[in-house]
Design a protein around this ligand. Sequence first.
Ligand SMILES: O=P(O)(O)OC[C@H]1O[C@H](OP(=O)(O)OP(=O)(O)O)[C@H](O)[C@@H]1O
Ligand SMILES: Nc1nc2[nH]cnc2c(=O)[nH]1
Length: 185
Amino acid sequence: MGITLEEAQRVMAEADLLYSAADIAHALDILAASITEALADKNPLVLCVMNGGVITAGHLLTRLNFPLEQDYLHATRYRGATSGGQTITWLHEPETSLAGRHVLLVDDLLDEGYTLREVARWCRERGAQTVSIAVLADKIHARRVDGIQADFPALPLVDRYVFGFGMDYKEYWRNANGIYAVKGM
Ligand SMILES: O=P(O)(O)OC[C@H]1O[C@H](OP(=O)(O)OP(=O)(O)O)[C@H](O)[C@@H]1O
Ligand SMILES: Nc1nc2[nH]cnc2c(=O)[nH]1
């Protein structure tokens, strides 16, 4: 599964920049304003979906100037690969009780939707009063599973395999400060 540093360097050198850091910052400002309007008086529980959600959650949280609680979970479908099965593997559940809470899930990407559909179902099963979903990138294609959409999407994404700002290429380049598409994918 691992790749060489040379492959990681090549993938970045050949990638197409879809959204710059400035584009993302602007989109997150707008996203934060929408979330504030909807949730500022709801004492929400913000759950970061690890690993991919970590950078978006960090940048988004500093833009939310109202009382909230924050926790994290790790549910993964792709596990470092560039295509995933339909099984979601839970690696960490949040410590905080979800009962009666307005839960806001924050993730990097809504693609086919299996991951966030399962996580949202799991939150409702544990008694969340409402579950809403914020994602940095909302991929546009016809493969989205039924019953899932982003309440707060920051940026639309073409149907390509992307990395950066939390999203990995075979576990590399989550640290890239932008959203990049892999050449040929
Ligand atoms: O909408 P889907 O098609 O289900 O794909 C989107 C999910 O895939 C990625 O997670 P991944 O499974 O790669 O785990 P990771 O965040 O730990 O990299 C991403 O962070 C989303 O959670
Ligand atoms: N890094 C990354 N993870 C994904 N999970 C589902 N789609 C994608 C994608 O395009 N990039």
